[in-house]
Design a protein around this ligand. Sequence first.
Ligand SMILES: [Zn+2]
Length: 263
Amino acid sequence: MRLFYFFVFILLFLSSCNLASNNNSQTNSREEQEEISQNIFSDSMTEFTVNVIYETGAEPYTGNIGITANDTWDITKRSYEELFSTHTGRTITVPNSLTDMTEIPDQGKSTWSSEELLSLGESLSTALISNNKVTVNIILLEGKYNGSNSILGVHFTGSHFAFVFKDIVESVGGDGVTQRYVEQGTIVHEIGHLIGLVNNGVPMSTNHEDSTHPKHTSNDEGVMYWAVESSDNILTSISDIIVGNQLQLFGAQSLADGQAYHP
Ligand SMILES: [Zn+2]
């Protein structure tokens, strides 16, 4: 049952971000995105911090993943530790308790437009660069994106914040482990867009972008994959992630891109 739920999740979230990214019409967003990526991957940066902001009622999952000793947020932390493993001396800081995150009041919204999200993100998010520290912002909200029942998360090209829609995470269902993987997978994926993976600011070492679903990988190895038709391959991939209690969710080519980029 768990595998089935996770399979559904992958379809939802992979199809969602592509829709979302296509909705962004900011004319300078590509240049802004490339600048964000250059700043984030600069070797002068010694800390990469994930700032977590959540609306009351949209608290992220915390605590252990099932019966393992691993913490839920180890998934995001290990994924980015591996991605930046050649950025010598860089510390990856990810909060793992609600007390280390920022709570905002219930916004009372059942649906969000792109403009509303951009405005909220600008008002809430921490600056991208402070001294030698990079901070990216992940914002968990109640309500839907443009009324969609399937979009789990969104990042707007050229911004240093990204959103997760808790109601949609919960609608996927499944047990506690599945829910944690749904939420953390969405977070790792959206931050992946934010930092520029898969031809979104970070150069590709080899071409692995899905031409029909830009900014997503054409293979099923990792969390930046988009595929609605390759169900057999997706199921195999999901099985490995859960059975193996996988923490690092990126595929080899995305990892190679991040590890090779030293602008
Ligand atoms: Zn995406």
